[in-house]
Design a protein around this ligand. Structure first.
Ligand code: FES
Length: 574
C-alpha cells in the first residue's frame, strides 16, 4: 500500500491548495507549457544536476538528466531539473573539498525551498557524491543517487592507463629523465578517453560504491561505465524508481542505520578505497545521527582484506571491474561480513539484491580468502603528533616504511616545499620524514590533496620512489606511498604538527598504530605556547565562513551549523 496520496504530497502545498499563492504556482507551471494533468496530483521529482562545462566527468549528465526525466514521466511523476554546483575535481582550486559543504547546503536548500517530493541526484566526480548525499540526508525526502559512472580505460603505447595513479607514476619517470616530452604529450591524449569519472579506485569510484552499499542507488548502478548504453537505461530507471519511492515515502533516514554505515566502512576497506572516503563517511553518518569514530575504521579494517584488484592498490581498472561482475559481484563476495538486512531505496535488502550476483572474474573481484592485500588496508595512527588521529594506507606504501624513524624536514607552505623538492642540492636522505603543514581544513583552506608530497628530485634520480610523508592535508584516492594524512588537530589551529622542527625524530609504527615526535611533553607545550598562527587565508567571503565553521578531519570536516539530525522547518508558503 502506498503511504502517500496526492493530497499528502509535499508539492500539494504549492499546487493543490486553492489560494492566491497556488494560483501563481499553477499559472507559472502552465506558463512553461505544462498541462494541468502533467503536474496536478503528481509527485514532483527534482533532478539535481551537477553538469557543467567545467566538469569533464559530468559531460553526459546533460543528456542523462533528460533520460532520468523520461523515467519520471513514464512512472507518472513530474520532473523539475535544478542545477547545482558542479565541483570539477580537475579545475576547481585550491580544492573541491572547500565547496563540498557548499554543495550539501545547496542541495538541502534547493530541495527545501522548491515544490518537490523526491530527488534524483546526478553526480559522480569526487566531492559531488558526499555533497549531494549529505544534503539529501539532511532534507530527508526520498532521494536516489545516479552515479555518473567511470570513464573508459586509458590507453597509451599499448598500455592501459589509470586516472591519477599512472600520472603520478609516469611523472616520477619523467622527472627522472626516463620519459620524453613527446611521450608525455601522447599520454595526455590517451589517459581520459571518454566522459565519466576517474576509472581507478579513486575517490569517485570509492564514493559511488559507498553510495550503493548505503542503499542510495539501483543495484549495480555504481560500476556501469559512463559510456555504456546500460548507463542510459539505469538513468531512466532512476527516474522510475524515484516516483515509487515518493509514494512509499522511502526517505534516506528510513534506510540508513548504524549498521549500514558499518557496511560502508567494510566496503571501503575491501575496495582498497580512497582515504577521502573516511572523511565523507564520518560527515554523512553525523548528518544521519550516527557517530563514526576513527577507531571504528581501524577496527573494521582488520576484518577484511582488499578484494577489489583495482589500481592504485591492484592491477585493473573500473571497466574491467564492471566486466568481472561490478559492484553486485563485489558485494556478493562481501555478504558474509555485511549486515545483510539493511534496506535500500528500492525496498529490497542487501541480501535480496546481491545474493544471486555472478562473479565472472575472481582475479579482479577476489574471494574473501584470497585478497590482494591483507586486512588493515587503512590504518589510524595516533600519538603526540596526532592526538585525534591520522590515516595511512599501509598497503600503498613500501613495506619498510611502515616501521620507520627519521629526521623531520618541515615545510610550511606549498611554494617553498616545491622549491626545495626541485633543488638538487637539498640536504635530504631517503630516511628523512617530509612534514607538510598548514594544509588542513582551516589552513588549506579546505584540506587540499597535497598529502602525496613529491619525492625530492635528487632522490628520484637515485631511484627512490617512496618516503614517509606527514601532513594535515588529504591525498587523491588515486595516489599512493607512505603518506600519513589528515593529522588532527591541524597545524593552523595549533595542533602538534605546528611544533615540529627540522631534525626532530619522528617515529611511524603502523603495527602499533603510533605516530610520535621524539620530544618531551614539556618541550611540546613550550613550543606550542610560542607558536604564532599563520595568516588567515581570507578576511571576508566564503573562505572566512568556511574557516570559522569547518570541523576537523576526524569529525568529517562538515560545518558545525549544518551538522546534526534535526530537520529544518518547511518553508512558509504565503
Ligand atoms: Fe572527476 Fe576524478 S576528476 S572523478
Amino acid at each position: 500500500m502506498p503511504r502517500k496520496t496526492p493530497e499528502t504530497l509535499r508539492s500539494h502545498r504549492w499546487f493543490g491548495a486553492n489560494d492566491l499563492r497556488s494560483f501563481g504556482h499553477r499559472s507559472r507551471a502552465l506558463q512553461m507549457g505544462h498541462r494541468y494533468e502533467d503536474f496536478m496530483g503528481k509527485p514532483v521529482i527534482a533532478v539535481i544536476n551537477t553538469w557543467s562545462e567545467a566538469n569533464p566527468c559530468h559531460t553526459h549528465l546533460r543528456t542523462r538528466a533528460e533520460e532520468v526525466k523520461r523515467g519520471i514521466w513514464q512512472a507518472g511523476g513530474f520532473p523539475m531539473e535544478l542545477p547545482a554546483l558542479s565541483l570539477s575535481e580537475n579545475f576547481v582550486k585550491p580544492t573541491t573539498m572547500l565547496y563540498r559543504n557548499f554543495l550539501a547546503m545547496e542541495t538541502e536548500e534547493l530541495l527545501r525551498s522548491h515544490p518537490v517530493d523526491g530527488a534524483v541526484l546526478l553526480g559522480g566526480c569526487d566531492k559531488t557524491v558526499p555533497g549531494l548525499l549529505m544534503g539529501a540526508i539532511s532534507m530527508n525526502i526520498p532521494a536516489i543517487f545516479m552515479p555518473a559512472g567511470p570513464m573508459l580505460r586509458g590507453n597509451w603505447a599499448g598500455k592501459q592507463l589509470g586516472s591519477g595513479s599512472d600520472v603520478w607514476k609516469y611523472w616520477a619517470d619523467k622527472e627522472a629523465g626516463n620519459i620524453t616530452d613527446a611521450e608525455w604529450r601522447e599520454m595526455e591524449q590517451g589517459i581520459a578517453r571518454s566522459f565519466g569519472t576517474c576509472m581507478t579506485m579513486g575517490t569517485a569510484s570509492t564514493m559511488a560504491g559507498i553510495a550503493e552499499i548505503l542503499g542510495f542507488t539501483l543495484p549495480g548502478a555504481a560500476s556501469i561505465p559512463a559510456a555504456d548504453s546500460g548507463h542510459t537505461r539505469m538513468a531512466v530507471s532512476c527516474g522510475v524508481a524515484c516516483v515509487d519511492m515518493v509514494w512509499n515515502d522511502t526517505t534516506p533516514k528510513s534506510i540508513l542505520t548504524k549498521a549500514s554505515f558499518e557496511n560502508a566502512i567494510l566496503a571501503l576497506m575491501a575496495m582498497g578505497g580512497s582515504t577521502n572516503g573516511i572523511i565523507h563517511l564520518v560527515a554523512m553518518a553525523r548528518r544521519a545521527g550516527f557517530e563514526l569514530p576513527l577507531s571504528e575504521f581501524d577496527r573494521l579494517s582488520h576484518s577484511v582484506g582488499v578484494i577489489a584488484n583495482l589500481r592504485p592498490s591492484g592491477e585493473f581498472l573500473m571497466e574491467d571491474f564492471f566486466y568481472a561482475g561490478g559492484f553486485p559481484a563485489f558485494f556478493k563476495q562481501l555478504l558474509p561480513l555485511l549486515h545483510t538486512n539493511e534496506k535500500t531505496v528500492t525496498g529490497t535488502t542487501l541480501a535480496e539484491r546481491y545474493q544471486d550476483a555472478r562473479i565472472w572474474n575472481d582475479n579482479i573481484i577476489r574471494p574473501l580468502d584470497r585478497p590482494i592485500a591483507a586486512g588493515g588496508s587503512i590504518a589510524v595512527l595516533t600519538g603526540n603528533l596526532a592526538p585525534r588521529g591520522a590515516v595511512m594506507k599501509p598497503a600503498a606504501a613500501e613495506a619498510h616504511l611502515t616501521q620507520h624513524t627519521g629526521p623531520a624536514l618541515v615545510f610550511d607552505d606549498y611554494e617553498s616545499m616545491m622549491r626545495a623538492i626541485n633543488d638538487e642540492t637539498l640536504d635530504v636522505t631517503p630516511d628523512h620524514v617530509l612534514v607538510f603543514r598548514n594544509a588542513g581544513p582551516v589552513g588549506g583552506p579546505g584540506m587540499p590533496e597535497w598529502g602525496m608530497l613529491p619525492i625530492p628530485k635528487k632522490l628520484l634520480k637515485l631511484g627512490i620512489r617512496d618516503m614517509v610523508r606527514i601532513s594535515d592535508a588529504r591525498m587523491s584516492g588515486t595516489s599512493y606511498g607512505a603518506c600519513i594524512l589528515h593529522v588532527a588537530p591541524e597545524a593552523a589551529i595549533g595542533g602538534p604538527l605546528a611544533a615540529v622542527r627540522n631534525g626532530d625524530l619522528i617515529t611511524v609504527d603502523v603495527q602499533n598504530r603510533i605516530l610520535n615526535l621524539a620530544i618531551s611533553d614539556a618541550e611540546m607545550a613550550t613550543r606550542l605556547a610560542q607558536w604564532v598562527p599563520p595568516k588567515k587565508p581570507a578576511s571576508r567571503g566564503y573562505i572566512r565562513l568556511h574557516g570559522a565553521h569547518v570541523t576537523q578531519a576526524d569529525e568529517g570536516c562538515d560545518y558545525d551549523f549544518l551538522e546534526g539530525n534535526e530537520a529544518l522547518p518547511e518553508p512558509e508558503i504565503h
